[in-house]
Each structure stands twice: as C-alpha cells, then as structure tokens.
Design a protein around this ligand. Structure first.
Ligand code: SAM
Length: 284
C-alpha cells in the first residue's frame, strides 16, 4: 500500500471509530476529568496571554474538549475534524464565534497567517503522518503565534509497558497500564463493536508507531518551519491512583501527587519512561 493510500485508510478508520464513539466520548475519556481540565487550562491560558490571542484554531477538535475551555478567553474559534458525528456534539453556546470545518487537517484550506494560537489535543497520534498537519499549523499561525499540542503518547513509556507480560505478577497500577496500553483494542471491540484493526489504524501514532519521541517531533516541527519548541511530560504512572486514594483527604492526595511530580520532573531525563504523555508548545 502506498503512503497516500495508507494516509486515506487511517482517516477512514478514524471516521469509523469516532462515529461509533461520539455518543459516549465525553463521559468515557479520562481527559474530561476536572483535574486534567485544570492542567490544560493553565497551559492554554499561558499561550493565549503571551500572544494576546483573539483567534484560535483547534485541530482534531472532536466533541469540543478544547473549544469548551478556550471559549472563555478568545473571540473566535475554528475547529477542524474529519468526523461530523463528533463535531455535532460541540457546544456552540457562549460569546466566542465558533466555526466548524469537516475536513482532514493535513489538507484543509484556511486563512493563513491569521491565528494567534493553534491547539491539537489528544489528536496527533491519530495521523498516519504528522507533517501535513504541522505544515497547516505553521501556515495558519501569525508570526509569534503558538502551537500547543498535548496528551500524546510518550514513546518511552509505551516501549517499557510493551515489554511487560500481561500475566506477570505486578502491582494493580502496572497491570492496569498493561491493559490500557497494549490491549485497549480488545476493550474497544467489546464496548463499541469496533474491529481491532480499525481501532489500531485510527490510533496509528500510538498503536502502530508506539508513541512519539521528543527527537522525532522536534525534527518534524523544524521541517514544518517552527524554530522554538518546549516539551513537557506529564501524568506519571501511579498519579491517578494517588489522586483517587480515599485513605487521604482530597487536599492531601493532590499535595502528595504534586510532590511526587516535582521530584520526577527534576530527575528528567532519567524519569522519562514513567510519564505517560508528552506535549509541546512550538512558536512560529
Ligand atoms: C481522540 S479524538 C480527540 C478529540 C478532541 N481533541 C479531544 O481532546 O477530546 C481525535 C479526533 O481526531 C479526529 N481526526 C482524526 N484524524 C483526523 C484528520 N486527519 N483530520 C482531522 N481530524 C481528524 C477524529 O475524528 C477525532 O475526533
């Protein structure tokens, strides 16, 4: 199969998967939890403030996770997504003018040089090739504009988890990650009736490529024209169980989780494989 055919096949798999998931998407995806929204909002607000943003573009907008956060801060938002059923769920209320475009982000035609901030949340790993989408982002941004991408699978975490035995004697925290990372296709088949090969193609950058390395993303972002990129790693293994450990008060749980995070962040790159996700802010 040629690269062009593969690119199209991955888009078709995404439409098939997300058309089935759209109804339950906001309730079954953990990134909609308040503690995550709080983190994302802080990163987004920093990008918006530093560019005095009025116009934001959200790539792979889905049901509007990022749009819902951004609408409080900017005047105009454009969302692009290949799955109409996902965009049908976007809440258009509020003061921001929201425009939705049903298209592939790698070939969509936009007013270039007009956006202050571009976002891509839990999206890049759904692409066969990130380059056309990075080019769209670069062209669409104003000079000095920010491209914020987040919740992308960290290759180094995925690699370590793939090396573990499904029946190994590990703590439930580790066992859960093995199921989530290596056997999620079984869960999706059971709960949504989506064939494993469709799910794996739809999450090509995660399930077939095995996640993103900082080095690879840097190269691709430079190729698209970005010069300045800051990476960050987050959601370490065990953080969720610490936050939800009812043995402690809510305040204590969050405090302990933060203390652990501070230490793991300090000892990067040694702790790189403990963080599930990678994100970045690239400047044009
Ligand atoms: C995991 S969802 C993320 C949605 C949203 N950003 C969020 O954080 O909830 C991935 C989205 O990417 C969309 N998508 C996949 N490939 C695409 C492409 N080539 N162009 C535009 N959207 C695409 C899917 O339809 C889906 O809505």
């Amino acid at each position: 199969m040629s690269d062009t055919e593969k690119y199209t096949e991955v888009i078709k798999a995404n439409i098939a998967l997300h058309s089935k998931m759209s109804e339950h998407y906001n309730t079954c995806e953990p990134h909609f939890r308040p503690e995550n929204i709080q983190k994302v909002e802080a990163k987004l607000v920093a990008a918006i403030n530093s560019t005095k943003a009025e116009k934001l573009l959200d790539l792979g907008c889905g049901t509007g996770f990022m749009i819902n956060i951004a609408k409080k801060y900017v005047k105009e938002i454009t969302g692009v997504d290949v799955t109409q059923a996902m965009m049908d769920k976007v809440d258009l209320s509020g003061n921001a003018k929201i425009t939705l475009i049903n298209h592939d982000t790698g070939s969509v035609s936009l007013d270039f040089g007009t956006f202050d901030v571009i976002t891509a949340y839990s999206f890049l790993h759904h692409l066969y090739d990130v380059h056309p989408t990075f080019s769209t982002a670069f062209k669409a941004l104003k000079l000095g504009g920010k491209f914020y991408a987040d919740l992308e699978p960290n290759y180094y975490f995925w690699e370590k988890i793939h090396q573990l035995d499904r029946n190994g004697k590990y703590n439930p925290i580790v066992k859960r990650e093995i199921e989530m990372v290596t056997y999620k296709d079984e869960d999706i088949k059971k709960n949504f009736g989506v064939e494993k090969y469709i799910f794996n193609n739809a999450e090509f950058g995660k399930n077939i490529k095995g996640g993103f390395r900082e080095e690879e993303l840097t190269e691709q972002l430079h190729k698209a024209g970005f010069s300045n990129v800051d990476f960050f790693y987050h959601w370490y293994i065990g953080q969720g169980s610490l936050i939800n450990n009812e043995q402690y008060s809510k305040e204590e749980r969050f405090k302990y989780a933060d203390v652990m995070d501070v230490v793991l962040q300090k000892i990067l790159p040694l702790s790189k494989h403990l963080f599930k996700y990678i994100g970045f802010v690239a400047t044009k």
